[in-house]
Design a protein around this ligand. Sequence first.
Ligand code: HEC
Length: 152
Amino acid sequence: MNAKGLSCMLVASCLFLAGAVSSRAQKPASSSAKPLLLDYKFFKTEVEPVFLNKRPGHARCVVCHTANHVAFHLVPLPPGGTTWNEAQSRRNFELVQKAVDFDNLEKSALLRHPLAQQAGGDPTHGGGKHFESQDNPEWLILKAWVFGAKEK
Ligand code: HEC
């Protein structure tokens, strides 16, 4: 096959793949669609800072959730470090998905656990209620990510 033929074939297969990906992404949430639903860049730039942020009266998510052994687990920060490197963020992206309920996004532990019960959260969280209402900007970031928000 000549070079032109080969590039045509490549273009065709890329178009095919792109079509396959976008049609899958439009399907309702299911565990098989996981990697396509959640956006890594949004996670890195918007969600991770929520785990690192210090809120008055609370320890930071990262303080407890690198040490305890619950489903929500983060990579420990390097000694003296204030954030994660690329590989660690990629790992966090995988780990945090365990706290997402792909069959019922609304019910994800990531959203319900740190949210006050009167605002629709779970009754208790060992780490306290970091978000008093569903209007809390940081809670809205977690929710947006779980519901598939993409970095612009
Ligand atoms: C002071 C320590 C502490 C802090 C800070 C903390 N947590 Fe937790 N978290 C716990 C403990 C202990 C549990 C296990 C007991 C329970 O389920 O409440 C837990 C459980 C969870 C779970 C449930 C995991 C599972 O097994 O399903 C999620 C999700 C969670 N935390 C999210 C967060 C988020 C998000 C933050 C930051 C906004 C945070 N936590 C901050 C201690 C903490």
